[in-house]
Design a protein around this ligand. Structure first.
Ligand SMILES: CC(=O)N[C@H]1[C@@H](OP(=O)(O)OP(=O)(O)OC[C@H]2O[C@@H](n3ccc(=O)[nH]c3=O)[C@H](O)[C@@H]2O)O[C@H](CO)[C@H](O)[C@@H]1O
Ligand SMILES: [Mn+2]
Length: 298
């Protein structure tokens, strides 16, 4: 039995709902048994998209192993692994209801382009394939590991995730694109939150709309010889400004242990795996982009 008075499932230390009435998902704000029953009733199928291009294939095994422990346990999951190196990915056998689908895709020279082109590829596969196979998509970075439960509480029409570096920052600190020449431009007096590029999702049609928008804006910028400051993340932030997410994930869902853990962060469910940026992103591990930065730190 669970309590459902107005004093249960509430948090007073964090924002639980946005001004447009989208829930922000934190530990202690939902009952997973109720949600699991609802989603089992609907026989929900979830697609987890992840890109392992070039050297990033090294992250894949830990990603999937930890996801098997923590991601949507008891539900149907397809891992959609986009890679240019299908032969590097051994056979991964999973229990009934869960499987790995390898999708061979081209790679791009610059890591920024690899990151941005995810939008195009997710868009194309959403229309061709995902729409026939799953109800929801969850689209994440591969240089990560699951370390606590991530379940159906995250699912909704279209969701974004608060970037762990900016949940407490004021708007003027957000690293939105500030050059008017870019389609990702956000005026100084606009913007709700700073969303992370590495974790969004929703129903397949909603993810199609989101990725199609981001990809097209990126192409327009490319034609004009400009690239948004944080690549796909900048276009995503622009999209969410004018197409507000219906649910938002707290930084519990996307954390980096390089940050001090605040009192109100009760769980760290999906955590960045430290990486040597030069080593992993470049062919000869020499000169990274001049804008190189530590993971998340700007
Ligand atoms: C956790 C998070 O919010 N991360 C975002 C952040 O940087 P990150 O520093 O986390 O970017 P990253 O190096 O992890 O690249 C993003 C993703 O692209 C894929 N990849 C990239 C390069 C490569 O050679 N091979 C490959 O497979 C891989 O899935 C990787 O996880 O900002 C990026 C844009 O600047 C993206 O928006 C990332 O999603
Ligand atoms: Mn990453």
């Amino acid at each position: 039995m669970y309590s459902s008075t107005i004093l249960s499932y509430r948090r007073t230390d964090v924002l639980m709902v946005t001004p447009w009435f989208a829930p922000i998902v934190w530990d202690g704000t939902y009952n997973i048994d109720i949600l699991n029953a609802q989603f089992h009733q609907r026989n929900v199928r979830v697609g987890l998209t992840v890109f392992a291009i070039k050297k990033y294939t090294v992250f894949l095994q830990r990603f999937i192993e930890t996801a098997e422990k923590f991601f949507m346990v008891g539900h149907k999951v397809n891992y959609y692994v986009f890679t240019d190196r299908p032969n590097d990915i051994g056979n991964i056998s999973l229990p009934e209801g869960r499987k790995v689908v390898i999708l061979e895709v081209p790679s791009y020279k610059r890591w920024q382009e690899v990151s941005m082109r995810r939008m195009e590829m997710i868009r194309d596969y959403s229309q061709q394939r995902f729409i026939h196979e799953v109800d929801f998509l969850v689209c994440v970075d591969v240089d990560m590991r699951f370390s606590d439960e991530v379940g159906v509480e995250i699912l909704g029409d279209v969701f974004g995730t608060l970037h762990p570096g900016f949940y407490a920052a004021s708007r003027d600190r957000f690293t939105y694109e500030r050059r008017k020449q870019s389609t990702a431009y956000i005026p100084p007096d606009e913007g709700d939150f700073y969303y992370a590029g590495g974790y969004f999702g929703g129903t397949v049609p909603e993810v199609y709309k989101l990725t199609n928008y981001c990809h097209n804006e990126m192409l327009t910028d490319k034609r004009n010889g400009i690239e948004a400051i944080w690549h796909d993340e900048s276009y995503l932030n622009k999209y969410f400004l004018y197409h507000k997410p219906t649910k938002i994930l707290s930084p519990e869902y996307l954390w980096d242990n390089g940050y001090a853990v605040p009192q109100f962060l009760k769980r760290r469910r999906f955590v960045a795996v430290p990486k040597n940026h030069n080593e992993i992103r470049n062919k000869r591990a020499l000169n990274d982009s001049p804008k190189s930065r530590g993971k998340f730190h700007r």
